[in-house]
Design a protein around this ligand. Structure first.
Ligand code: NAD
Length: 494
């Protein structure tokens, strides 16, 4: 990737998009569309179909028909593998086009998006394609007069609801294992980031995925997402997004067919710095990157910095220096470290959190404001706020923006208490040279992921999932497959 390649793609016209149902692009049943606004400069990029409940039902019916006639689930594993590998190749071959399209839609800086979006999506799909013919059933340890077999069967129709921060990466986390196991899928991209994911679905068809196996419906969560949640014909619902929507999905399930619901929700992840960290300068730079990349719109963002009292002032100064050295600007410039906030709504919410933090006694050390307004885009300066108490809104509520709250602690016990003082439990980190302390902290901090002397970067070989109100179930790794299979026992009298 170089700047001139990006420049050739950054102003290309973007065609209007319909849903993808039964392998075809179709408009909304009532013809409605919605504008796709770029957070880079506020311009309207194109329009996508604004789906109706009828559209969602048509997509689910298509997925159901495809599942029941076995056009995908019934294929030999080697054949499914071939299609998925080809899909991964096509994503890679079109990586820059996909990444630029996605950045124009959601504002993530291109040097992050190129790896995190098409790069990671292709890798994820390849991982599950490679796995699918290496997963065996089981034979139970029964007495000699019976045979107990445990089959892993696809669940049927999977509904997948995706957020806007990393649509391709998170989409692939669901699509890879779901399709590998033979399911049909209906996808619902986020309102403010659907273009690259829809293009990725087209590439699946190009790779030979049979029509109807993967359908995608754009539109408002409260309309098409709700129709998916309430459907009697969706067997499993997988979701990444906010806690509020996650709660609703559980209610939809209870009101309809009690479909299984797996939720990857928000976080308020503690990044815990002890004075004996191996390299405090490095820790400060990584702490800044761990909250400010993609404008803090990262589920595992280290949004709470817990610093041992003895180094608090120096460490905060180093984080502020690192933050101020990160260029904020047009996400399609390769030198940009922090791109655009996804939408005006999100930016306003971020600024509201800053005002609340101030009113609750927090001190804004850097940032705290909207910048680059003359571009017409949505940009926010990386923000560091000190003096944040355990009860403060900034400790208790996810911002999902470039806002870092800092709290000091006296000793290990207080660090653990503060780390565990929220409803969330997605990610965290501990920085220390003391191996025993590192292991103790990994055990004591209640999260799905703990980093030691680093932040982020865990690859697809390890699971990602939350505890507490950060969700249930896991994406990534072979463990993700459990969501997309039913276990069936055959008990055979010999
Ligand atoms: P959101 O909940 O507003 O939207 C997510 C998706 O849900 C969108 O596709 C939206 O259209 C849909 N939706 C909204 N209302 C719905 C309804 N009533 N019924 C069905 N679907 C509905 O979340 P968001 O703002 O797009 O995403 C940000 C959130 O996602 C943050 O909380 C972030 O932490 C979380 N996230 C978590 C992970 C993880 O792996 N745990 C990863 C990325 C993002």
């Amino acid at each position: 990737m170089n700047q001139s390649q990006i420049d050739q793609l950054r102003a290309a016209d973007v065609a209007q998009r319909g849903h993808i149902i039964d392998g075809k692009s179709v408009p909304a049943s009532d013809g409605a569309t919605m504008d796709v606004v770029s957070p880079i400069d506020g311009s309207v990029l194109t329009q996508v179909a604004k789906g109706t409940a009828t559209d969602m039902q048509a997509a689910i019916a298509s997925a159901r028909a495809a599942f029941e006639d076995g056009r995908w689930a019934g294929q030999p594993p080697a054949a499914r593998k071939k299609v998925l590998l080809k899909w991964a190749d096509l994503i890679e071959a079109n990586a820059l086009e996909l990444a630029v399209l996605g950045v124009r839609d959601n504002g993530t800086e291109i040097n992050m998006a190129i790896k995190a979006e098409p790069g990671s999506a292709a890798g994820t799909i390849r991982y599950y394609a490679e796995a699918l013919d290496k997963l065996y059933g089981e034979i139970a340890t029964t007495s000699a007069d019976v045979l107990g077999l445990i089959h892993k069967e696809p669940v049927g129709v999977v509904g997948a609801i995706i957020p806007w921060n990393f649509p391709m990466m998170i989409g692939a986390w669901k699509l890879g294992p779901a399709l590998a196991m033979g399911n049909s899928v209906v996808l619902k991209p986020a309102e403010t980031a659907s273009l690259s994911l829809m293009r990725m679905v087209e590439l699946a068809l190009e790779a030979g995925l049979p029509e109807g196996v993967l359908n995608a419906v754009t539109g408002e969560g409260a309309v098409v997402g709700e129709a998916m949640g309430l459907s009697m014909d969706v067997d499993v619902l997988v979701f990444t997004g906010s806690g509020g929507t996650g709660r609703r999905l559980m209610e939809y399930s209870a009101q309809s067919n009690m479909k299984r619901v797996y939720l990857e929700l928000g976080g308020k992840s503690p990044n815990i710095i002890f004075a004996d960290a191996p390299n405090l300068d490095e820790a400060a730079k990584v702490a800044a990157g761990g909250i400010f990349r993609n404008s803090g719109q990262v589920c595992i963002a280290g949004s709470r910095l817990l610093v041992e009292e003895a180094i608090h002032d120096d460490f905060v100064a180093a984080v502020v220096k690192a933050a101020e050295a990160m260029p904020v600007g047009n996400p399609l410039d390769m030198t940009t470290a922090i791109g655009a906030v996804n939408s005006e709504v999100q930016l306003a919410a971020n600024l509201g959190f800053v005002e609340t933090a101030k009113s609750e006694g927090g001190e804004v050390i850097t940032g705290g404001e909207r910048i680059l307004q003359d571009t017409g885009g949505s940009y926010m300066a990386p923000t560091v706020i000190t003096g944040v108490t355990q009860e403060a809104t900034l400790t208790q509520k996810e911002v999902f923006g470039p806002v870092l709250g800092v709290t000091s602690f006296a000793d290990e016990a207080e660090a653990v208490r503060l780390a565990n003082a929220t409803i969330y439990g997605l990610s965290g980190a501990v920085w220390t040279s003391n191996l025993s302390r590192a292991h103790r902290m990994v055990k004591s901090v209640r999260t799905g992921v703990m980093h030691v002397n680093t932040y982020g970067g865990a690859d697809g070989t390890v699971p990602l999932g939350g505890v507490g109100q950060s969700g249930n179930g896991h994406d990534k790794s072979l463990h993700a497959i459990e969501k997309y299979v039913n276990l069936k026992t055959a008990w055979i009298k010999l």
